[in-house]
Design a binder for this molecule. Structure first.
Ligand code: MNH
Length: 458
């Protein structure tokens, strides 16, 4: 049957389907609605009829078609209030996307990231010092501590600025500003503009946070420009010193600011989510923990200064383990593309209109039984054995998005996660809090809810 109608859950007048996901449990509601209506359905919100796709057959059809491109979704349009046309929130046709992509790509290669290891090691040591001196034998909030770690790492690698997550008692105001701005952006995206305008207090705080972030980053940029130091190898120097190979132009100061804010927004919560889920899975599987410890011991046999690419390539279990973690718990659990003309998707030829949004629902696509077998919901690092990977389509794994607009920070995140896990396992005995019941938290990105881990120095 060609051109079948795309089904949709029952709609209300005005609200469409919005009521089915609004409320306190947005993530849980999203996962429920998408699961009940899989593999494809139309969802009506704020007058738009977006299409959700939840299996690999449809995802592959969309992501290999030349007619679909990254869409700057409603929440992303709000994030542009402080991320501007930075890499994450730019349309592909905006000139600054290609320009920044050309300039920044070399800084995110695996080799380039190896040069950031001393910075990462320094931050991980601070995390471990805090655990040793303040929390020995106690339960820590793993998501909170991983957040501090990833924020510190990007601050220092990005522009040689420390947010002092572990050396100061109070949280840096920038961290609060970023959290408020991100959460509020998502809320604003779902609230109709006339009502949005009436949220005076919320709006005031929102714009104050956006301005605070812009000012702090601008000061850092101006300081570096007044005191150039070419020995620094951070992203800021890369952006201030390189020219785009296509246009011969540099990035404007404003765009440099957007990129830095973007790295902080896109890079910290995602990587800390990955680390939290990874520790959870390690600590409930003694077999995996033993394998990870063995690799950690090998990697760190000669200390942290001597780590080479060759050593990292030997971490085969941790590589598989982190990929499997991202499969079952993709921190970015969906992304959005749009059609550039009327077209169809999948073998059944479902119709899609020009400019219509298609939501690629990574979370369910990663659990598609047609790809991962009957045990698709079970954690098994061997899913990422190289020979098994070679047999699968690229579009079966979408934790970092797809195609031209795939995540620029993926090696950065994976290498940071490997290093963190290795150093922590070498120095601490870890235990899940007794009786912990796994649940997903309701956040912009996925993370385990209220996960506590006991940290005992070796
Ligand atoms: Mn990241 C794009 C997931 C770590 C910076 N990232 C994306 C996309 C996904 C994603 C999915 C594509 C979104 C879309 O298509 O709309 N990112 C992750 C995950 C992790 C992650 C799951 C960690 C785990 N990302 C990081 C880190 C940084 C970063 C670390 C920076 C230091 N990500 C980006 C940027 C983009 C992006 C920048 C946009 C790239 C582009 O479109 O050119």
């Amino acid at each position: 049957m060609p051109n079948p109608k795309i089904p949709h859950p029952p709609r209300l007048p005005f609200l469409g389907n919005t009521h089915q996901i609004m409320g306190k449990e947005v993530v849980a509601n999203m996962l429920k609605v998408t699961k009940e209506n899989a593999p494809i359905f139309e969802f009506s919100m704020s007058g738009h009829k977006d299409i959700y796709i939840c299996n690999n057959e449809l995802a592959d059809s969309v992501l290999t078609s030349p007619h679909f491109h990254k869409a700057v979704s409603k929440p992303m349009q709000q994030i542009r209030n402080f991320g501007g046309d930075g890499l994450f929130t730019a349309w592909s046709h905006e000139p600054n996307w290609q320009k920044a992509h050309n300039i920044l790509m070399p800084g995110f290669s695996r080799n380039a990231i190896l040069s950031y290891f001393p910075i990462m090691v320094g931050c991980i040591n601070q995390l471990m010092d805090t655990w040793r001196t303040k929390h020995a034998g106690q339960l820590i909030d793993i998501q909170g501590d991983m957040n501090k770690l990833t924020f510190d790492v990007i601050g220092l690698c990005g522009f040689d600025y420390s947010f002092e997550g572990f050396t100061k008692e109070e949280t840096h105001p920038f961290v609060h500003a970023m959290e408020l701005a991100l959460n509020e952006s998502v809320k604003r995206a779902f609230i109709p503009a006339p009502i949005r305008a009436l949220r005076f207090q919320k709006n005031k705080k929102y714009w104050a946070s956006a301005n605070y972030m812009a000012n702090l980053v601008d000061e850092i940029i101006q300081h570096r420009k007044a005191n150039p130091d070419s020995s620094k190898t951070d992203f800021l120097n890369l952006m201030l010193q390189s020219v785009d190979k296509d246009t011969g132009e540099q990035l404007s100061d404003e765009n440099v600011r957007y990129q830095i804010v973007t790295f902080l927004a896109a890079g910290h919560e995602t990587t800390s989510g990955l680390l939290s889920f990874a520790f959870y899975e390690l600590l409930r599987n003694p077999e995996y923990l033993a394998k990870a410890k063995a690799e950690a011991a090998e990697l760190l046999a000669n200390g942290t200064d001597a780590i080479s690419m060759k050593d990292l390539n030997k971490l085969d279990f941790l590589r598989k383990f982190l990929m499997e973690t991202l499969r079952l718990y993709p921190p970015v659990f969906m992304f959005t593309v749009y059609a550039d003309k009327d077209t169809t998707i999948g073998a059944k030829q479902y119709p899609v209109k020009e400019k219509q949004m298609v939501r690629v629902f990574t979370y369910h696509i990663h659990r598609d039984k047609a790809v991962w077998g009957e045990n698709a919901d079970q954690f098994d690092p061997e899913n990422f054995d190289l020979s098994r990977m070679a047999k699968r389509k690229k579009t079966t794994f979408l934790a970092f998005g797809s195609g031209q607009r795939t995540c620029i920070g993926q090696h950065f995140a994976l290498m940071e996660a490997m290093l963190t896990i290795c150093m922590v396992l070498q120095n601490f005995d870890l235990e899940l809090a007794e009786g912990y019941q796994f649940e997903l938290a309701n956040n912009v990105t996925l993370r385990p809810k209220d996960l506590k881990i006991r940290v005992t120095p070796k």
